[in-house]
Design a protein around this ligand. Structure first.
Ligand code: KG4
Ligand code: ZN
Length: 330
């Protein structure tokens, strides 16, 4: 089954063709970082306009790269949320239009669920139950995965998502949006730091995350001073170490507590090499699965891949599906 996946939840317009939920035939990502870096974050109205401009050529390129034409496609899968309302509306309506004109079935899938599926795509079989951690610019949460489509909530952030904290701290250090990968690069210039930031705990909710206090810690440490490159790198290092430690600690603890067979990580921050290395240093009884680099940031392949499974379970969705800025996973 050839599935065309469309992603437009935030600031990437992306489209991919995936065969039978696994084999990626094309994966085209049109990033909008050039526009948003001027504003230090995503400018929703400009994101919408760019989606409108590039969605058709992105879909055409995905078909071309896959060596297929519209008549070969068996299903259209689109991210129906969570995300920015205007951005979602463009991708969703475009997918509905294709479904009508090509006379192909359509499904609307959950973008954050697709991030977890991104870590599963490369493997022939799945190991369930598992712990899933979504660590992206918009979300940070832990779930128990019973099967694809069946999740139990463990904990989530009560304030900033981890990627958002990376971006805000990066901005304090003078790095342009999106700052996460740039902060990682800056931190790699040092191997230790004199700073020790404390990680906030959420009272009475041991599985929840909080990153806003850590961000404030960094702000007070900078204290309006102009910093040398070495000082900036040390602050970046300590921030990254503290934030990543919290993800590793809770994910590993959850894997033990729920006695699972694997850990799956998804979302943009799963790209972070420092974090990946921290996981490899743990004495873990279970494997940790990561998405490949082009599957960790927002992409159409994870939407097409998950869409295949959603279609097997639900059949086609109605074209009355509405965009949803928030969708609980469980
Ligand atoms: O999953 P994603 O592409 O979009 C959302 O669904 O939010 O994640 C984007 C986030 C941004 O905050 C970006 O700074 C962060 O992922 N990110 C990173 C790295 N690469 C991307 N954060 C830390 N280290 C990285 N290498
Ligand atoms: Zn995402």
């Amino acid at each position: 089954m050839y599935v065309l996946g469309i992603e437009s939840t935030c600031d990437e317009t992306a489209c991919a063709v995936v065969k039978d939920g696994k084999e990626i035939l094309s994966n085209v990502i049109a990033s909008q970082h050039d526009i948003h870096s001027l504003y230090g974050g995503v400018f929703p109205e400009l994101a919408c306009r760019r989606h409108v401009d590039v969605i058709l050529p992105t879909v055409q390129k995905a078909l071309q790269d896959a060596g297929l034409s519209a008549s070969d496609i068996d299903l259209i899968s689109v991210a129906k949320g969570p995300g920015l309302i205007g951005a979602l509306t463009i991708g969703l309506n475009f997918a509905k239009g294709l479904s009508m004109s090509w006379k192909k079935p359509f499904v609307g899938v959950n973008h954050v669920e697709a991030h977890l599926y991104g870590a599963m795509m490369a493997n022939q079989s799945y190991l369930f139950p598992a712990i899933g951690a979504v660590i992206s610019g918009g979300h940070t949460f832990l779930v128990k995965i019973n099967s694809i489509g069946s999740y139990e909530k463990i904990g989530s952030t009560v304030d900033d998502a981890i990627g958002e904290a990376f971006d805000k701290v990066a901005s304090m250090l003078g790095l342009p949006y999106p700052g996460g990968p740039k902060l990682e690069k800056l931190a790699s210039n040092v191997s230790s730091s004199p700073h020790s930031f404390s990680q906030a705990k959420v009272k009475g909710r041991p599985w929840d995350f909080s990153f806003s206090g850590l961000k404030t810690n960094v702000l007070y440490t900078i204290d309006g001073r102009s910093l040398t490159e070495k000082e900036k790198a040390e602050i970046a290092y300590s921030f990254q170490e503290t934030a990543c430690k919290e993800i590793v600690r809770k994910t590993v603890l959850a894997a033990k507590e729920w006695n699972v067979k694997a850990i799956y990580l998804g979302g943009g921050v799963s790209n972070n090499i420092f974090l990946r290395e921290m996981f490899t240093k743990q004495e873990l009884q279970v494997p940790v699965f990561w998405p490949s680099r082009d599957l960790s940031l927002d992409n159409g392949a994870m939407i097409a891949g998950l869409g295949y499974h959603v279609f097997q379970k639900d059949g086609p969705h109605l074209l009355s599906v509405e965009p949803m800025t928030r969708i609980p996973l469980c």
